[in-house]
Design a protein. Structure first.
Length: 117
């Protein structure tokens, strides 16, 4: 059974940084695509970033240049480094595993990120 556990969320001021982690178990992590999504109140869930098994990445336009997705296959973990955070980045962030550029077979429980001014 695949399990994804996120950590690293919290409260940060605008312009600050956070690093989210997602530890995976129950799958062959290295061959899977991993993604970070977010859901803000009153908004639809959106894909923030994806990293394929090859290491190729893709980002939402709203986070390009500020967020970096990476993976450590030895630790079965994917990261989301978030810099220059803005109030509009406030959301529950979810990690997901699957295939392609929109991995969605399995989901974590989410971690809250709140950016205050």
């Amino acid at each position: 059974q695949v399990q994804l556990v996120e950590s690293g969320g919290g409260l940060v001021q605008t312009g600050g940084s956070l690093r989210l982690s997602c530890a995976a178990s129950g799958s062959i992590f290295s061959i899977k695509a991993m993604g970070w999504y977010r859901k803000a109140p009153g908004k639809q869930r959106e894909l923030v970033a994806t990293i394929r098994s090859s290491g190729s990445t893709n980002y939402a336009d709203s986070v390009k240049g500020r967020f970096t997705i990476s993976r450590d296959n030895a630790k079965n973990t994917v990261y989301l480094e978030m810099n220059d955070l803005k109030r509009e980045d406030t959301a529950v962030y979810y990690c997901a595993q699957g295939t392609g550029w929109y991995p969605s077979d399995y989901w974590g429980q989410g971690t809250q990120v709140t950016v205050s001014s």
